[in-house]
Write a protein that binds this ligand. Structure first.
Ligand SMILES: [Fe+2]
Ligand SMILES: [Fe+2]
Length: 358
């Protein structure tokens, strides 16, 4: 009997090299910052902790971890159709996010080498880890007969400028949420090995420890700069970053719930767990965390999700552009209103939560 593998079509730059996914507000971003301001940052008040974390980075526990073993040596053609499309998308998004971390840390390591050697050393060691993570994911894409041209990605992507303070809020959160995402998938598959349909998930246990250590490095940097954490502005910005990171993940993951279903996870339950854990972790550094138990929190996120699905349907329709725009406008307005509503849900002050969430 001859069976035909259902392979989704992907746009290619060259044979086997996938055209990067279109950039949208929800795709992983590339960042740049004010290197001079970063060079002048005095971290001496928390230098001991930073040195201890750097010493741990140097131990390089995962030096031999990212090696493709015999588990990969088989055909993956049985992952086909929509599941295959979702798998490729997951690997591409993860690879792009890891690679974005690599580029930022590498550039910071290079530029701060002489002016702020302590920070530079931390960034260089973290870029070593992110390069491994991105490389491992890109190699996994070859199991699906594709890969990303990371050099092309470096040159073609737009870079978002953030001042150092915002870089630290954003990287701290993305490392910690990365840790919770990887470990939650790992633990779920440990309990449900029949759902581990591809071997990369076995690597997530040690992998997430890299992200956890990176998060600890940024935790220590933030603690060296109390002015980033202890005034009313810090509270407003921490709120904004927590909300942006959680909302982006929720909208992305719900849209791809098929991927999570393919490994036996419910995307909503998974995201709620990751948000709960990351919010709780952030309470060790940030002056506030979000009140995710407020019923409006997930209510408003669900409304955004339903708006985004409608926006995608309009985009995919054949209506002329001006009609599409008119149909989309109320949904954009609603999304903005939901986001503002979410922002104004009273946050929890972490200094009053001693002994609860810390
Ligand atoms: Fe990473
Ligand atoms: Fe990381």
């Amino acid at each position: 009997m001859v069976t035909t593998v259902q392979k989704p079509e992907f746009e290619e730059l060259r044979p086997g090299i996938k055209t990067p996914a279109k950039e949208t507000i929800l795709t992983p971003r590339f960042y740049t910052t004010d290197f001079e301001e970063m060079a002048k940052m005095d971290l001496s008040v928390n230098e001991d902790e930073l040195r201890a974390i750097i010493a741990e980075f140097k131990q390089d526990y995962n030096r031999h971890h990212f090696v493709r073993n015999a588990d990969f040596e088989q055909s993956w053609d049985h992952i086909d159709g929509e599941t295959r499309r979702l798998f490729v998308e997951f690997l591409e998004r993860s690879c792009t996010a890891e690679f974005s971390g690599f580029l930022l840390y590498k550039e910071l390591g290079r530029r701060l080498k002489n002016t702020n050697p302590l920070l530079a050393e931390g960034f260089n060691l973290m870029s070593r880890d992110e390069a491994r993570h991105a490389g491992f994911l890109n190699k996994a894409l070859t199991d699906f007969n594709l890969s990303l041209d990371l050099g092309f990605l470096t040159k073609s992507r737009k870079y978002t400028f953030f001042k150092p303070k915002f870089i630290f809020y954003a990287t701290y959160l993305s490392e910690k949420i990365g840790y919770w995402r990887y470990i939650t998938i790992y633990r779920h598959l440990e309990q449900n090995p029949e759902s581990r349909i591809y071997p990369i998930f076995k690597f997530f246990e040690n992998w997430c420890q890299d992200e956890n250590r990176h998060g600890d490095f940024f935790d220590a940097v933030l603690k060296a700069k109390p002015e980033f954490l202890n005034d009313w502005r810090a509270k407003l910005w921490c709120r904004f970053f927590l909300l942006s990171v959680f909302a982006t993940m929720y909208l992305n993951d719900l849209h791809r719930s098929g991927f999570y279903a393919s490994i036996g996870l419910d995307a909503r339950d998974y995201d709620k767990k990751v948000i709960e854990k990351t919010n709780e972790t952030a309470g060790r550094v940030f002056p506030i965390i979000l009140d995710i138990e407020n019923p409006n929190f997930y209510g408003k996120l669900e409304k955004c999700f339903s708006n985004c699905e409608q926006l995608r349907a309009i985009d995919a329709s054949t209506s002329p552009a001006p009609i599409k725009f008119l149909r989309k406008l109320p949904l954009f307005v609603s999304n903005a209103a939901q986001f503002i509503g979410l922002y104004f849900i009273k946050p929890l002050q972490t200094d009053t939560l001693q002994g609860c969430v810390r």
